[in-house]
Design a protein around this ligand. Sequence first.
Ligand code: SF4
Length: 354
Amino acid sequence: MTAVDLGFPRVPGTRGSSRAPRPANPHLIDTFGRVATDLRVSLTDRCNLRCTYCMPAEGLDWMPGEQVLTDDELVRLMRIAVEQLGVTDIRLTGGEPLLRPGLEDLVARITALSPRPRLSMTTNGIGLAKRAAGLAAAGLNRINVSLDTVDPETFKTITRRDRLSHVIAGLAAARDAGMAPVKVNAVLIRGLNETEAVPLLKFCLAEGYHLRFIEQMPLDAQHGWNRGEMITAAEILSMLQTSFELTPFPSARGGAPAERWLVDGGPGDVGVIASVTRPFCAACERTRLTADGAVRSCLFSNDETDLRSLVRAGARDEEVADAWRATMWGKLAGHEINDAGFAQPIRPMSAIGG
Ligand code: SF4
């Protein structure tokens, strides 16, 4: 196994050691010179699909209701993030965020924060057809919908639900409600849907959606991830190039997870998020809040800080902010998936959020 060089700048004298004294800085800095401005918030660990690469058919033991942050607690933590910690972008995730009761009101409260964060959401699209207009009216204007195939039988095999038409209708409703961009997130798995790359791109180009392929990551609840089953970025690109001409996207990538290409000269584009084979941790701008109030410095962290107990114990905003800063100061260099000693996080993706 070759260790992939993550290509990090170093903050002099700190070299990844969180024991180094943290300089006085209000933002979510770490010892590698990164600053987290993109907050991912998991609203629930529950989901109404059973994707084979995410959870078992019977689902999981969902978090008890009293452990899940209330709307007031969520909005307070997001307010602290935008007012004191320099967060500019918030992405709502799950499990499945559309299962969160009162989501439209929550969206309206988030977009009323000042400074106003850019708000987006990642959803499986089930139920979106009925909710898109209300969510857009509440202030949600960017959305990613997970869709790994445009074939109904393959959809049923992957998600264990016969709901492809619901997702397709949800996408159209989001576009018609004026959300932009409307992105499609797709995971390809060998022996399951690897032949779907070209049909998915044709569908998205025809409908005006922005397709993002994501390499499958070792975050499933069953801990069954197998590198050999993962379709790599290189394989995805070579499959697409059998039908399309791909040229590098003109604008700089920055901290965005996706590498992008223009398709057939544009304006259509396609992106690949190559978390495993081409890690982008050196430019990571993300911090995460779980549905039960834990802050995580990285998707693959094996430690996290419980902000819920702090909040419920009556902590002041400054104390909560300091705990959040301290967690991010200790952020590791990257995910270590390609390192010999890699240990998959205990918490599954469905309880962390994308
Ligand atoms: S794996 Fe962790 S450090 Fe790397 S990009 Fe993802 S969240 Fe950031």
